[in-house]
Design a protein around this ligand. Sequence first.
Ligand SMILES: NC(=O)c1ccc[n+]([C@@H]2O[C@H](COP(=O)([O-])OP(=O)(O)OC[C@H]3O[C@@H](n4cnc5c(N)ncnc54)[C@H](OP(=O)(O)O)[C@@H]3O)[C@@H](O)[C@H]2O)c1
Length: 236
Amino acid sequence: MIMNALQGKVVILTGASSGIGEATARVLARSGARMVLAARRGERLEQLKLAIEQEGGTAVYQVTDVSVEAQMEVLARLALDTFGQIDVLVNNAGIKWDRMIDVNIKGVLYGIGTVLPHMRERRQGHIINVSSVTGHIVRKTWAVYSGTKFAVRAITEALRQEEAENNIRTTIICPGGVDTELVHTITNEEVKRDIEASMDIALTPEAIAHAIAYAISQPPQTAVNEMIVRPTRQEL
Ligand SMILES: NC(=O)c1ccc[n+]([C@@H]2O[C@H](COP(=O)([O-])OP(=O)(O)OC[C@H]3O[C@@H](n4cnc5c(N)ncnc54)[C@H](OP(=O)(O)O)[C@@H]3O)[C@@H](O)[C@H]2O)c1
């Protein structure tokens, strides 16, 4: 019943071409959300759009680098031109190491800045930012990745306070280990070995997709502001 709350919602989702983003696109589309998909790999987005449509869902996509503000504006424009509104932004795109600050922090800020005027005008909307357990705790070798994910939590909490009067919801999603392509973006061999070793207990991306769907599905006056979703057997 709760999932019906997703019916017809227009959701912009970044990082939709693999992992948590791809799973989230499928889960939300199955519940009736109209998806606006973004990532850099266009062929992946095209395949995902077709797969969603084959299941009876609705999706459009735009090849987008979230670290380029003008490209985020084109993405938001596509959502408005196609569907006339934006209900939810899921800032999910993220990488480890190279270009982390541009993608993980600036990408999130550009996404927020692009959809906020529209959401303020409608006095409704929902911004979901994917942080991490590493946005709560830091260990040696995690400095920059963890720093970006702490930043995502700080930015989202400030946004919550600033936009409460405008009736805009915010959610921070903090996954623990999830089995995705992210591990391939790690360049430090020691860290890569550690993460690969932990993959046997890792969550599937669908576990995070369901957490995102849960947050969107709440009644409008209920804001699920933060969720930490770890594999049961993950210690840190
Ligand atoms: N996997 C985990 O254990 C874990 C744990 C905690 C948090 N997270 C967070 O979860 C989120 C999703 O990661 P994932 O694990 O699903 O990894 P993934 O499979 O590598 O997915 C990352 C997504 O981000 C996109 N992306 C990367 N750079 C981009 C850019 N400049 N512009 C637009 N899109 C870009 C990638 O698509 P393109 O390459 O096609 O652009 C891809 O779709 C990230 O924020 C990550 O930090 C993951």
